[in-house]
Design a protein around this ligand. Structure first.
Ligand SMILES: NC(=O)c1ccc[n+]([C@@H]2O[C@H](COP(=O)([O-])OP(=O)(O)OC[C@H]3O[C@@H](n4cnc5c(N)ncnc54)[C@H](O)[C@@H]3O)[C@@H](O)[C@H]2O)c1
Length: 300
């Protein structure tokens, strides 16, 4: 069973993908019980006719007991200018949720989706003392999808022609698009863009959510697909390589912080942390990003 904490826009979009692909049974746990039950009733009509999966909703955390995977998409409100705006309330929320997951699901793999992503991933791991390989913050893969999309628009090509579009670091303004590895039809993109182009694309990647907010309230489908891919990799024991947030213990020269770096995911959670070679500027920006997150954590 997959438990999804928070049956809002993001939680329901993830559940819809899991259910329509018959991945596993889903349980929504939401602060407002009627919303959990209502969303489950709606999505239950999308269960394929030949499928055995089920979906239910509750406000009772004890029902998550036995879940192999718990996804946290709960949110106490809506931020407008920065993902850290509601940090205190979100940290208080994740501490309460982490105590309940530790009590009822001590062996689960936990995917953190709620913002501020890296801070909450760090707090969750510290509160529960779960193995850091089982606490995965999902966001840098979404940022990478956005980076890839913006590059495809810039060059007027299909996204499938672009490989290794990777964003590392904070799921926030200090995130680092890694230009040195991106290839278009096998050619290094770094040679096709000048510094000003790179700066523009980096800023657009960082501000993607702000641009999107001007057009619709909040995003849900991109993060849902990226989270679904991770859930499927865990269930099917596929080896999925994506950037995700994990508490670091010396990798990339960082500790006492969680941030987005490339990892390999399988049935056990994070099987491997992948240390890739970055250029000097990218290394410098990643250090700044790590320090930005650490400063938020220290400010709590
Ligand atoms: N990681 C990413 O890349 C990414 C992308 C998009 C959104 N997000 C984040 O995902 C989170 C959810 O976004 P959304 O648009 O679905 O929000 P939403 O407001 O639509 O849904 C949040 C739900 O959480 C519930 N909730 C609040 N506190 C709870 C608690 N303690 N226990 C159980 N349920 C609780 C609320 O009742 C609500 O139904 C936000 O923090 C958002 O910033 C992350």
């Amino acid at each position: 069973m997959i438990s999804i904490i928070g049956s809002g826009k993001v939680g329901t979009a993830i559940a819809f993908l899991c259910i329509t692909n018959s991945l596993d049974d889903i349980l929504f746990v939401n602060r407002t019980k009627s919303k959990a039950i209502g969303e489950a009733l709606d999505i239950s009509n999308a269960i394929p006719a030949n499928s055995n999966v089920t979906i239910h909703g509750t406000d009772d955390f004890s029902k998550i007991s036995g879940s192999n995977i718990v996804v946290i998409t709960a949110s106490t409100g809506t931020y407008l200018k920065s993902r850290t705006e509601m940090m205190d309330a979100q940290v208080k929320m994740i501490k309460e949720i982490s105590n309940k997951i530790k009590k009822y699901c001590p062996s689960a793999i936990v995917l953190v989706v709620s913002n501020p992503l890296d801070v909450l991933t760090f707090i969750f791991q510290k509160e529960t003392q779960f193995s850091r390989n089982k606490v995965i913050g999902i966001a840098s893969s979404l940022d990478s999808s956005r980076f890839r999309y913006l590059l495809s628009e810039k060059f007027g090509i299909k996204q499938s022609q672009i490989t290794d579009a990777l964003v590392m670091g904070e799921h926030g303004d200090s995130m680092v698009p890694i230009f040195s590895r991106v290839k278009i039809n096998g050619k290094n993109v770094s040679e096709m863009l000048n510094d000003s182009d790179k700066k523009t694309i980096s800023t657009e990647t960082q501000n993607y959510w702000r641009s999107l907010r001007l057009l619709k309230t909040r995003s849900e489908f991109g993060i849902a697909k990226n989270t679904f891919d991770v859930i499927r990799a865990i269930i099917d024991n596929d080896e999925l390589v994506i950037p995700a947030s994990i508490v670091l213990n010396g990798e990339y020269g960082e500790k006492d912080v969680a941030l987005g770096i490339p990892v390999k995911i399988n049935k056990n959670g994070i099987k491997e942390i992948i240390e890739i070679k970055l250029n000097e500027q990218e290394n410098k920006l990643l250090k700044i990003s790590a320090q930005t997150i650490r400063n938020y954590i220290k400010s709590l």
